[in-house]
Write a protein that binds this ligand. Structure first.
Ligand SMILES: Nc1nc2c(c(=O)[nH]1)N[C@H]1C(S)=C(S)[C@@H](COP(=O)(O)OP(=O)(O)OC[C@H]3O[C@@H](n4cnc5c(=O)[nH]c(N)nc54)[C@H](O)[C@@H]3O)O[C@H]1N2
Ligand SMILES: Nc1nc2c(c(=O)[nH]1)N[C@H]1C(S)=C(S)[C@@H](COP(=O)(O)OP(=O)(O)OC[C@H]3O[C@@H](n4cnc5c(=O)[nH]c(N)nc54)[C@H](O)[C@@H]3O)O[C@H]1N2
Ligand code: SF4
Ligand SMILES: [Mo]
Length: 678
């Protein structure tokens, strides 16, 4: 087969690498070897040729004049952005000399990798990098910033990240988008709901902000942050009381349904209304709709779990489809994540046996504390696939840590990000279009192969290639460091214990580009909970010191600041990706802070005026939007923004670095603030 790189003029297939559930099939149009246009692949069974605006304009990022093309060495103060180009040889030698010195003085655990899934490719995010740091004996990172709390809550109930197949949702009659801004973050889920609407399906959105997703709903239900668990319990109360539960399903497929029916008597709609801000009659109406319309599907979003009680919220909502027997129906159930249908051979890829002894592990949400407070200090940080100076909670603390003179920091990225400004050495990264890799969606059921479609940009290198160079320079001569990309994919897709990938192999993927997980329709007979049933009552949770039955636990009141602050993501950026690209900045326009009219009036704040928002951790300046988009007591902004544009927009300066109830998750949306007119 001809390599896609060799195609100078023409259209070649690809897949989107971004941290987005849709994982679209793409067609890349090339002229003279360069990308001139990106569109959706109409042959992709789920995404069917449509893609978001962000990626439609991806070429402007790939060829952005500010992209870094060579390794760089810092010559100014940390944070001020003065660098000079150096060779790869000098860069690798500088890094490994520093590391050898640190290891001899203070041991390998003084080195910490920091990464996330900005490039979702398995080789790019959990392959040669994991092999390298295992062998190095560095400290390990617990990658908790995104979805762990909710996944833990979902898994206690359902036994794994298994949910409804999006391709079956044409049958769905009721969609509940719960804590997800799907118009921006899962657009094909919206397209499926809109198609189902032609067959009479209804859409409900439950959110703290009437954003673009709330505005397209048949019914938008505003709720106070962190109270969704109580709403779900109120729905259960009505379902049991009005005999809208599916008794035969409960008996056959669940444990704890009797205990639950007693337990939810406490959560009557009157009480739940006081907690959630949802009117009592709306709680009845919602419960009756949920009890009477089938198949129904709950799309469980990330917004729910970025709270102190986020794991329990998701755990509680996850019980609902079982109460009405939705899992038996095509298009019924829920989706939090479908990742486990596509689990590959992780050990073959990451090689845990290369680690000679267990090392300390840091929760990535506590990076600021880790850099500033450790008894045995972290002396070197290696950042890739992530931009912690902006995305991590309590970001001022993180930036204070990054500014430490005695911290040797390496950042591998495509751009001089806010984090890279603090680096001693910056390494240029390839874009995903320049790499070989494989991708699995966490929403639909497909696995994709990516082969390079364009030449490497400048002197940039892929994540696996940089770790191969580092391994060689450190004298790691074991076979795992000699494997090439194709061999690594082959290993990751061989000896699979996951029956859903029984037909998938590197060879098959090379021929077909994407393949669907098989045998995914029989979830109820293969539940991986301890009891093999849907666990409405969970012994496992009890052993972990959590209530065994779904229970409403309020978020932590960490201060007396009067407003709850929810800084979620925006439409035109992907976390911080695109936030430095001119085209996307223009599309996104100026960020706003949404405040309720009552709260604005009490503070003398007028619509479109400039406000300061602050708490004990930091402050931001925003233009305000006054109205009814949020309930009293709540303020919302959109976008994970930084200050380097010269504006005070570092939203994570305000967010707490407390840890959620499950999985070590983040609590971005459980912080409190005050707002004043400037
Ligand atoms: N355009 C775009 N797409 C993206 C991203 C992006 O930055 N931009 N990021 C990607 C990533 S990494 C992820 S994890 C996903 C996240 O995408 P989503 O799953 O949509 O999650 P969030 O954007 O965190 O928040 C979703 C919604 O939760 C609401 N919310 C916050 N707290 C509560 C609450 O207590 N109750 C309720 N009911 N709602 C609440 C927020 O107002 C927001 O509308 O999107 C991915 N896709
Ligand atoms: N306030 C607030 N904060 C949040 C959130 C929120 O909703 N609100 N959401 C949280 C969530 S859910 C997430 S997932 C995190 C996301 O946090 P991150 O994953 O850190 O964010 P990104 O901005 O997606 O990516 C970071 C960097 O990776 C680089 N990159 C992309 N591809 C590659 C590659 O192949 N190699 C290398 N070396 N680098 C690459 C990009 O250029 C970018 O600068 O943010 C979290 N922070
Ligand atoms: S960011 Fe999401 S919607 Fe946009 S092209 Fe990538 S996978 Fe598709
Ligand atoms: Mo995320």
């Amino acid at each position: 087969m001809q390599s896609y790189i060799d195609v100078k003029n023409g259209i070649v297939p690809s897949v989107c690498s971004l941290d987005c559930p849709d994982q679209c099939g793409l067609l890349i149009h090339k002229e003279a070897g360069k990308i001139v246009k990106i569109e959706g692949d109409p042959e992709h069974p789920v995404t069917k040729g449509s893609i978001c605006n962000k990626v439609r304009h991806m070429a402007e990022r790939i060829y952005d004049q500010n992209r870094i093309t060579t390794p760089l060495k810092r010559i100014g103060e940390k944070g001020d952005g003065q660098f000079v180009p150096i060779s790869w040889e000098e860069a690798i030698t500088t890094i490994t000399n520093q590391w050898n010195k640190i290891i001899s003085e203070e041991g390998p655990e003084s080195i910490l990798p920091y990464s996330f899934y900005a490039n979702m490719g398995k080789l790019s995010s959990k392959g040669m990098d994991r092999r390298f740091f295992n062998r190095l004996g560095s400290s390990q990172l617990d990658r908790t910033i995104c979805s762990v709390a909710g996944e833990a809550g979902y898994n206690y109930t359902m036994g794994g990240r298994y949910g409804t197949d999006p391709e079956e949702m044409t049958e769905t009659k009721l969609f509940i988008f719960w804590g997800i801004n799907a118009v921006s973050t899962n657009m094909h889920q919206i397209m499926i709901a809109q198609k189902a609407k032609k067959n009479g399906a209804k859409t409900i959105v439950i959110d703290v902000h009437k954003n673009q997703t709330g505005r397209m709903a048949d019914w938008f239900i505003p709720i106070l942050p962190g109270t969704d668990g109580a709403l779900a319990l109120g729905i259960m109360h009505v379902l049991y009381k009005e005999k809208l539960v599916h008794q035969a399903f409960l008996e056959q497929y669940t444990i704890g349904h009797e205990a639950l029916s007693e337990h939810v008597k406490y959560y009557n709609p009157q009480k739940v209304s006081t907690i959630t801000g949802v009117p009592e009659e709306d709680i009845y109406k919602l419960a009756r709709m949920y009890g009477n319309i089938s198949p129904s599907m709950i799309r469980i979003g990330n917004g729910l779990q970025h709270h102190d009680n986020g794991g329990m919220i998701v755990r509680t909502i996850t019980c609902l489809p079982a109460l009405t027997g939705q899992w038996e129906l095509k298009g019924g159930g829920a989706v939090k994540s479908n990742s486990d249908y596509l689990t590959h051979n992780i050990a073959a890829l990451e090689r845990p046996e290369l680690q000679k002894k267990p090392t300390r592990k840091f929760n990535m949400n506590l990076l600021g504390q880790a850099l500033l407070k450790e008894q045995q200090p972290i002396r070197s940080l290696y950042v890739y696939n992530s931009n912690p100076a902006v995305v991590a909670p309590d970001a001022n603390k993180v930036q204070d840590g990054l500014a430490r003179e005695d911290l040797f920091t390496v950042v591998h990225d495509l751009f001089l990000t806010d984090t890279a400004l603090f680096a001693d050495i910056v390494l240029p990264a390839t874009s995903a279009f320049e790499n070989t890799d494989f991708y699995t969606s966490f929403w639909h059921h497909y696995i994709h192969l990516q082969e390079p479609v364009i030449e490497t940009y400048g002197d940039s290198k892929s994540n696996p290639d940089v770790f191969r160079l580092l391994a060689q320079a450190m004298g790691f001569d074991e076979q795992p460091f000699l494997d090439n990309d194709a061999e690594m994919i082959d290993q990751a897709l061989s000896d699979l214990s996951n029956p859903h990938l029984s037909e998938v192999s590197y060879a098959a993927l090379k021929e077909r580009r994407f393949m669907k997980a098989s045998g995914t329709g029989d979830l109820l007979n293969h539940l991986k909970t301890p009891s093999g049933k849907i666990e409405l009552y969970s012994e496992q949770m009890k052993s972990a010191g959590l209530p065994a039955l779904p229970t409403y636990i309020p978020i932590v009141q960490d201060s007396d600041y009067p407003l709850l602050y929810v800084p979620a993501t925006n439409h035109n950026f992907m976390n911080t990706i695109f936030s430095n690209n001119e085209k996307h900045i223009q599309l996104e326009k100026a960020p706003k802070l949404f405040i309720n009219r009552h709260d604005a009036e009490r503070r003398g704040i007028e619509d479109k005026s400039t406000v300061r928002i602050w708490n004990e951790r930091g402050e931001c300046i925003f233009t305000v939007s006054v109205g009814e988009q949020v309930l009293p007591g709540v303020v919302v902004s959109q976008g994970i923004l930084g200050d380097s544009s010269g504006q005070k927009h570092l939203v994570n300066a305000l967010t707490p670095d407390r840890i959620a109830d499950m999985g070590g998750g983040a609590t971005f949306f459980s912080g409190r603030v005050e707002v004043e007119s400037l």
